[in-house]
Design a protein around this ligand. Structure first.
Ligand SMILES: N[C@](CCCC[B-](O)(O)O)(CCN1CCCCC1)C(=O)O
Ligand SMILES: [Mn+2]
Ligand SMILES: [Mn+2]
Ligand SMILES: [Mn+2]
Length: 305
């Protein structure tokens, strides 16, 4: 595996300070060395630098939209470069609004994508449905062809072109979905495996049916967008929007092992690690170590050794 890593120390898709430190914490836990130790060729492209944008007043309910739009424009360019260099891209967040840039940049180089969204949340609110105005709860709405007509003009967002079809998205881990999001998921017929399905089917069947869905027509490169809050808070407490009843550590690892086995993983996001949301050093370590182990699972680490 040839892996290109980009850090995006960005937090303005939400309101809690600290998530911008996720990338460097994951690096400090040895991600690069451990990937190399399992035979990967790794290039670390470093961290993006996000200039402060003054007077970034709300637009409608949207908070700090100009910063979010600009940060994602920069990220999209970086991801496109990493892909053109022939790597599988690893984007280390930062909050989940960064999926706008990560998926946009990926799609710019690989056109048709399958998106696997592993998250407690659907992150598909539009600017008009969002209950909080936090753009980390909205990234998919800017990217899906079928929602394009629902997106108003937003400063620094004009570069974004929808690039994913609703049929090419699969969710795993949902358990905290807003009513408006639920309507959108149903209306668009998006494939979802909530925690109910994880409990009913077991993670092996969930992954089997996820792949059946993604490969039902043509096999496309996979973009895995992993929000660490998909895992149960007992495993990953240091995150901004924890929700009870999440994936076990083992279920998370099984997801990444299975996706690795497809040979189609083309980009992965690891977002929402927030050290300031951990009550103890232990909680922070547990969260960061889970993020590292999930990424190692994406790139060939198997538990049987
Ligand atoms: N759906 C929420 C949470 C988004 C989480 C973003 B992620 O997944 O990147 O962490 C709102 C959640 N909801 C608001 C009302 C009270 C209950 C929680 C939103 O703000 O849109
Ligand atoms: Mn989430
Ligand atoms: Mn998310
Ligand atoms: Mn989150």
């Amino acid at each position: 595996h040839c892996v290109g890593i980009i850090g995006a120390p960005f937090s303005k898709g939400q309101q809690r300070d600290g998530v911008q430190r996720g990338a460097d914490l994951i690096r400090a836990a040895g991600l690069v060395q451990k990937l190399k130790g399992q035979g990967c060729v790794v290039k670390d492209y470093g961290n993006l630098t996000f200039e402060d944008i003054p007077n970034d007043e709300p637009v409608g309910r949207l908070k700090t939209p100009r910063a979010v739009g600009r940060a994602n424009e920069l990220l999209a360019g970086a991801v496109q470069k990493i892909k053109s260099d022939g790597n599988t891209c690893v984007m280390l967040g930062g909050d989940h609004s960064l999926a706008i840039g990560s998926i946009s940049g990926h799609a710019a180089s690989r056109h048709e994508l399958s998106v696997l969204w592993v998250d407690a949340h659907a992150d598909i609110n539009t600017p008009l449905t969002t209950p909080t105005g936090n753009i980390h709860g909205q990234p998919l709405s800017y990217l899906i062809h079928e929602l394009h007509s629902k997106i108003p003009i937003i400063p620094n967002f004009s570069w974004i072109k929808p690039c994913v079809a609703a049929k090419d998205i699969v969710y795993i881990g949902l358990r905290d979905v807003d009513p408006e999001e639920h309507y959108i998921l149903k209306h668009l017929g998006i494939k979802t495996f909530s925690m109910t399905e994880v409990d009913r089917l077991g993670i092996a069947k969930v992954m089997e049916q996820t792949c059946d869905h993604m490969f039902s027509k043509v096999k496309k490169p996979i973009h895995l967008s992993f929000d660490i809050d998909a895992l149960d808070p007992s495993v990953s407490p240091a995150t901004g929007t924890p929700a009870a009843g999440g994936l076990t550590y083992r279920e998370g690892i099984y997801i990444t092992e299975h996706i690795c086995q497809t040979g189609l993983l083309s980009a992965v996001d690891m977002v929402e690690v927030n050290p300031k949301q951990g009550k103890t050093e232990e909680e922070i370590k547990s969260t960061v170590n889970a993020a590292v182990d999930l990424l190692l699972g994406c790139f060939g680490r198997v538990r049987e050794g």
